[in-house]
Design a protein around this ligand. Structure first.
Ligand code: C2E
Ligand code: CA
Ligand code: CA
Ligand code: CA
Length: 277
């Protein structure tokens, strides 16, 4: 991973290693990338059992001038080690709100789910900042879903609950991402203003053949029914997986079977055309 060739495999090797020097290099390049407009927002659609599009998840990519398109797994973990993740999150959310507002203006009432890093949510002024962003961009708060992980809820719970309540009151939705992969207890679910649980793709992909994954999904669906939460299944790749999920309950599907993540502008342009037909 020297600076000479800069080919993609070297980058991935570097980013997956834990060398502090390599992390530092990625961090330094990423800091410039935000300012140089090298980040791209991709959207992946979500469909209900009737096949209606009910939303989309915003997923960031890095269009590196030398290395091409870099997936988030190669740089988000590095960004999360510092306040760089806040800068990145600010960019992602600003872009997401711009897209929601533009699509809504064009007659496509788009709902977007955005991944929110715990470090960003813990910023003291996060709620005020987001309210201001929603306001200035003309984004209806109910068309924004924040995907958080169980890890957020581990410490300073009362502060987190207060912030979530404040945003929930103005209409922002909350989803628990990678639900069931963390180690926290389920008790927090009834304290928080949560609307949705997302089943991680590792459960979804094995469920049709692995009884323990099947049982896990059934348990998540039972919890969701009792607490009246929506459920989104991520990583649905096959008809078999989709059929399995539909046989077990009411599930929103997100996965390659229904649509891959696509550059946001292309995606919105296509959906505006489709819905105008
Ligand atoms: P995630 O939030 O669990 O996102 C779902 C991942 O599954 C995405 O990977 C998506 O492209 C992928 N996926 C969707 N459908 C399928 C499928 O059918 N099969 C398979 N094999 N994969 C599928 P992606 O885009 O590489 O993102 C990886 C992770 O990076 C995300 O996992 C999320 O944790 C993080 N991430 C992405 N964008 C952002 C962002 O804007 N902010 C933050 N903080 N994290 C982000
Ligand atoms: Ca997510
Ligand atoms: Ca996941
Ligand atoms: Ca398994």
């Amino acid at each position: 991973a020297k600076d000479g060739g800069g080919n993609q495999p070297a980058f991935f090797e570097a980013s997956m290693g834990d060398s502090a020097a390599e992390s530092f290099r990625i961090e330094r390049e990423l800091r410039v990338a935000v300012q140089n407009h090298e980040l791209r927002l991709y959207l992946q659609p979500q469909f209900n059992a009737l096949g209606e599009r009910v939303g989309a998840e915003a997923l960031v990519r890095w269009q590196h001038p030398a290395r091409g398109l870099i997936p988030p797994g190669a740089f988000i973990p590095v960004a999360e080690e510092s306040d760089l993740i806040v800068e990145l999150g600010v960019w992602v959310m600003t872009e997401a709100c711009r897209l929601i507002a533009a699509a809504t203006c064009a007659g496509l009432p788009l709902t977007l789910s955005v991944n929110l890093s715990p470090r960003h949510f813990r910023q003291k002024n996060f709620v005020a900042w987001l309210r201001d962003l929603l306001d200035k961009s003309g984004t209806p708060p109910s068309q924004l879903t924040l995907e958080i992980t169980e890890g957020l809820i581990i410490d300073n719970v009362s502060d987190i609950v207060a912030k979530m309540n404040e945003l929930s009151k103005i209409g922002v939705h909350f989803s628990i991402d990678d639900f069931g992969t963390g180690y926290s207890s389920l008790a927090y679910l009834k304290r928080l203003p949560i609307d949705e649980l997302k089943i991680d793709k590792t459960f979804v992909q094995d469920a049709p053949h692995d009884p323990s994954d099947a049982a896990l999904i059934e348990t998540i669906l039972a919890v969701a029914r009792h607490l009246q939460l929506k459920v989104v299944a991520e990583g649905v790749e096959t008809e078999e997986q989709a059929a399995f999920l539909n046989s077990r309950g009411e599930v929103i599907h997100q996965g390659y079977l229904f649509g891959r993540p696509e550059p946001a502008e292309d995606w919105i342009a296509r959906w505006i055309t489709i819905s105008a037909l």
